[in-house]
Design a binder for this molecule. Sequence first.
Ligand code: ARG
Length: 463
Amino acid sequence: MSDKRPWGGRFIDKTDQKVAQFTSSIDFDSRLYRYDIKGSIAHCRMLAKQSIISDDEAAQIIEGLQEIEKEIESGEFEFDRDLEDIHMNIESRLIERIGNVAQKLHTARSRNDQVALDIRMYLRDEISNILNSLHNLKKVLVRLARQNIDVILPGYTHFQHAQVILLAHYFMAYYEMLKRDSARLEDGLKRINASPLGSAALAGTTYPIDMEYTARLLDFPAVIGNSLDGVSDRDFIIEFLASASICMVHLSRLSEEMICWSSQEFGFIEIPDAFATGSSIMPQKKNPDVFELIRGKTGRVFGNLIALLTVMKSLPLAYNRDMQEDKEPLFDTVDTLRNCLDVLNILLPRLKVKREVMDRAARSGYMNATDMADYLVRKGMTFRDAHRCVGKAVSYAIEQGRELHELSLEELNGFSELFTEDVFEYLTPEQMVNRRLSKGGTARTNVIRAIEAAENDLGIEEL
Ligand code: ARG
């Protein structure tokens, strides 16, 4: 039997079985098959156009590759670990199918530029899928904002009641974060979108290839400017992993809040049964697993970033086999991020917002203290004096087990003569929210403007 390995020429002994398994990447890189075939077809067209192979040879190779694509798609194709990776699996099958002419496909090419090309094409497509999911999630957030425009809840700093905000303002904060996440991914696309095909093993090639032509066939607006760089850098993957990690930070913060909000202590939201699980021992339990898993999966996405940074650190130019380790972190991040976005897309619209509970919470915890001080400032007191005066009132109210707005006017006048009947209206959550008119503040008119702008950006029809 002839040697299966396309590089087997200089070898006398067979590869050890353990080594073949250890070095093989076919179990995970088979997912690149479509890109590998597309890239090979473009390369083959270019070889024919440049008269490096004949038109007839090119036609046979292209037809063979197209048939192999069908075999893989229908599940007939048998992947072979002894053939290391997706590139060699496809090439060997091509030789089986069309004979010797298939051996010409690899002219002026190396697996090093081939794999760099494949992952760029793969990542480009996956980023556009992720951008779609992000777009949908942004829509979900903006809809939630619109639906809850009148709901007020406590805003927190240090996880303590701070000042009241609109629930819509909260959702729009996450909209802003996701908008930046999308922009980051989109920006990364510019750097992914350059073709390394033609870099060959590392130094370029002696054949008269046309790199611009293959780039055009594969929708790359640019060609890599240095062959060593073309085959050896993975910064575009690292950049994607970093953008994905930042996005996961946002999703995990949202998840953490939903976990808190669904707890007995908060009771701000209820998670629908279809998105929760029970406990095998405690009959009363309903657990926020989806949010917990998003929070947990953030760890593996960060891990993937660190893994690839560490693989690439200190690697000498150009290609090193270490770089085969780029794929699992990349694939895992793509899958994880997409799954998290997609599950949030269906879960968030189904959360039950318990507005009475939020409203009650918004009226407790002395969140109107700042506004009470502002009230005194408006009536002529300096802010420092007002702060001290309200501080005393807060301390008195705490002692009494009452809120500031539950004190009588006589009691308030004990702290300052400046208080009059209108202070109670001044301290309602609605008034406190709506006075925060500074740019980006939580006033209803501001938030509505932000929602409208977002609806415009996202192409959402007003309800
Ligand atoms: N499976 C390899 C990888 O993912 C493809 C490139 C192999 N190149 C080589 N010189 N062995 O990196």
